[in-house]
Design a protein around this ligand. Structure first.
Ligand code: HEC
Length: 264
């Protein structure tokens, strides 16, 4: 430290420490990434590069897996694993090495904070790993995410009914008008009267994850066949000049503010 302090006298000690930490962090990230790449390479699959190869899946089968997985790892990881567990068999790496259970934190709109419903977040992760980054011109990963968010917001959920439901009571269906966990779960709890810890609410969310997995695979299959057409019409930044969901009035009431750039 002393020595490098002298060598870097144009930098303050604090700046230098930030610099060192940054370099260390980048080094660690590289090592981890390198490890993932070489293990993928060792298996010899052609898919070690991102985006990852996709083979068409059966939507209903995928939904059944998501439903069952919800009871193990909750919504986000359930959606991811419903697709990736099948691709482990059909494609191999990098799906085999991908630590899908790391996405358990998506539950409850991320660790229970009620933000984006984990099923939506999981679907966006899957679409972007399979299709590739928008910054490299692969717009469909981004578009499928938008489509899923809007479709979810407008759907009467839960849509999917599993073959062997854990809860046999008929579940009320509600439309969230929002991709947020808090709003989606809240409207359903209000309509059904079931609290957050009830078997009914849990089964409702497991079925929502299954419904999202079903639709995600429909979109990915279309994309694989070259027939995918984006459907989302909600383009908040262009339309309103601010990042937002579509349900402005639910939060702002009649007095929806206008962002500065939209003022003439
Ligand atoms: C989930 C609730 C929610 C939704 C949905 C929402 N907003 Fe907001 N918005 C807020 C909150 C909270 C703030 C910060 C507090 C404030 O300034 O009112 C805010 C701030 C803003 C601001 C900047 C602050 C201001 O008062 O000028 C604008 C502009 C805005 N929202 C417009 C919109 C528009 C347009 C939509 C729909 C396309 C929308 N919002 C949807 C909750 C929401």
């Amino acid at each position: 430290m002393e020595k490098s302090d002298k060598n870097c006298h144009s930098l303050s000690r604090r700046q230098m420490m930030i610099g060192t930490a940054g370099v260390l962090a980048a080094g660690t990230a590289l090592t981890q990434f390198g490890g993932l790449l070489s293990s993928a390479h060792a298996v010899g699959g052609p898919t070690e590069k991102w985006p990852w190869r996709y083979e068409k899946l059966d939507p209903a089968e995928t939904a059944e897996i998501a439903y069952a997985e919800w009871y193990r790892v909750f919504c986000g990881a359930a959606v991811i694993n419903s697709v990736f567990s099948q691709l482990r068999g059909k494609v191999g790496e990098p799906y085999i090495s991908f630590p899908v259970d790391s996405f358990v934190f998506l539950e409850g709109g991320m660790v229970g904070w009620g933000m984006t419903c984990g099923s939506n977040a999981g679907a966006a992760i899957v679409a972007n790993l399979i299709i590739g980054p928008r910054i490299a011109g692969a717009a469909e990963g981004h578009e499928i995410s938008e489509d899923i968010f809007q479709w979810y917001s407008e759907a009467s959920m839960p849509i999917f009914v599993p073959k062997n439901p854990k809860v046999t009571t008929k579940l009320v269906r509600t439309t969230s008008e929002s991709p947020l966990c808090h709003v989606s779960v809240g409207k359903w709890m209000k309509a059904s009267g079931f609290p957050i810890g009830s078997p009914e609410r849990k089964d409702r969310c497991a079925r929502v994850a299954a419904s999202v997995a079903f639709h995600l695979v429909e979109l990915l299959n279309d994309w694989k066949d070259g027939k995918y057409k984006p459907t989302a019409t909600h383009k908040p930044v262009k339309e309103y000049g601010i990042t937002a969901q579509m349900n402005c009035m639910e939060c702002h009431g009649d007095d929806v503010p206008t962002p500065p750039m939209a003022k003439k």
